[in-house]
Design a protein around this ligand. Structure first.
Ligand SMILES: C[S@@+](CC[C@H](N)C(=O)[O-])C[C@H]1O[C@@H](n2cnc3c(N)ncnc32)[C@H](O)[C@@H]1O
Length: 339
């Protein structure tokens, strides 16, 4: 049998991929990027600042350089120029919380075999105190904010508003998406909907942006809340569809249809894949993430998303790729034909 170097190399790369993630996670946990944010440092100085062994740090820094995350000038290591906006404190597109979330998910991914064998999310109820659970929600929301920072800006650019709309954001999390609209359009208003433990975080993010007067909050399960019919011009459903099985998604889309004004739009941002479900790779892997973390959730093909919207009554369905494997799917509630 012929040896394929490409084949061997692919298997080697996949089987060792977690080495690369570990290098990034450890650097994040130690605060390597934070310490190098403003000034490059030689390994000995950085080791003192981080309180770690110089002998251990040196190969970590070299691996970070090999991965293109750090660069070296003489003896000093610094953050690679193009990554500074994503690894720096206070940067609008700081991606560290999102990467740290992937670190956090590792523990659950160790249950993948059990999930595949049984076809369901393993029973791994963590016994968390109230404070730990609050902390977990905070971290998850930080990760959502960091992941959505760029995607939300892309979405706002692709979907211009008239400027006086009422937006309904279902499962808004920190509100990254509706806040991006509100920052751009000074007269647009939003209703933010999420669970009780999340809404205080949404409020904090809204206050930080100085948008408080234009936001109304509803806390609870959006499938059960009393939402006014035909009230909203735009409904946002961002990174929520993949949490639910198909029958739930369809009923959520139907509910959204009924609360939108005729002529109103549903904007879905999600990791939709191609027909085969394999592209983008992130989308294929995300389905496993949902197998691990939800009851029946999965990452959908773009065609599935379009079908949900069509079956719920939406028309003029179209889609556009945003960024970071997210695609925007749009459907419009038709106006009644009064001819
Ligand atoms: C993956 S996060 C996405 C947050 C935000 N839309 C974004 O894209 O950054 C999903 C959010 O939806 C909320 N969510 C999911 N199902 C919900 C439901 N039935 N009722 C209220 N909130 C829900 C979760 O609490 C969480 O904040």
């Amino acid at each position: 049998m012929a040896c394929s170097e490409e084949g061997l190399s692919r298997i080697k790369k996949i089987s060792s991929a977690y080495w690369q993630s570990q290098v990034l996670f450890v650097a994040l946990r130690l605060g390597v990027f934070r310490e190098l944010q403003d000034t490059p440092l030689p390994p000995e100085d950085l080791a003192i600042r981080l309180g770690v062994s110089p002998a251990g740090l040196e190969p970590l820094l070299t691996a970070l350089e090999a991965l293109g995350l750090l660069c070296r000038s003489g003896k000093a290591f610094g953050v690679e120029e193009t990554l500074r906006p994503h690894l720096a404190e206070g940067a609008e597109t700081d991606f560290r919380a999102s990467a740290a979330h992937m670190d956090h998910l590792q523990a659950s991914w160790l249950n993948l075999e059990a999930a595949v064998r049984t076809g369901r999310s393993p029973e791994t109820k963590e016994d968390l105190s109230e404070a730990e659970s609050r902390q977990q929600t905070e971290h998850f929301m930080e990760a959502m904010e960091s992941f959505g920072a760029w995607t939300s800006q892309e979405l706002v650019q692709r979907f211009p508003l008239a400027g006086n709309e009422e937006i309904l954001d279902l499962g808004c999390g920190p509100g990254t998406f509706f806040r991006a609209f509100l920052r751009r359009y000074p007269a647009v208003r939003a209703t933010a909907v999420d669970r009780e433990d999340v809404i205080p975080i949404t409020r904090r993010c809204v206050a930080r942006d100085g948008l408080g007067a234009r936001v109304t909050y509803l806390s609870g399960d959006f499938r059960e809340l009393d939402l006014a019919d035909e009230k909203w011009h735009v409904a946002l459903l961002s990174n929520v569809m993949h949490i639910y099985p198909p029958d739930e998604v369809l009923s959520i889309c139907r509910r959204i249809y009924s609360v939108l004004r005729p002529g109103g739009h549903l904007l879905v941002s999600d990791f939709f894949t191609d027909e085969s479900g394999t592209r983008p790779l992130w989308g294929a892997l995300f389905s496993l993430n949902m197998l691990l973390h939800t009851e029946g959730g999965r990452n959908y093909r773009l065609r599935d998303g379009e079908t949900f919207l069509r079956e719920a009554g939406f028309a003029a369905i179209r889609s556009e790729y945003l960024c970071l494997d997210s695609t925007l799917l749009i459907g419009t509630r038709p106006r009644p034909n009064i001819a």
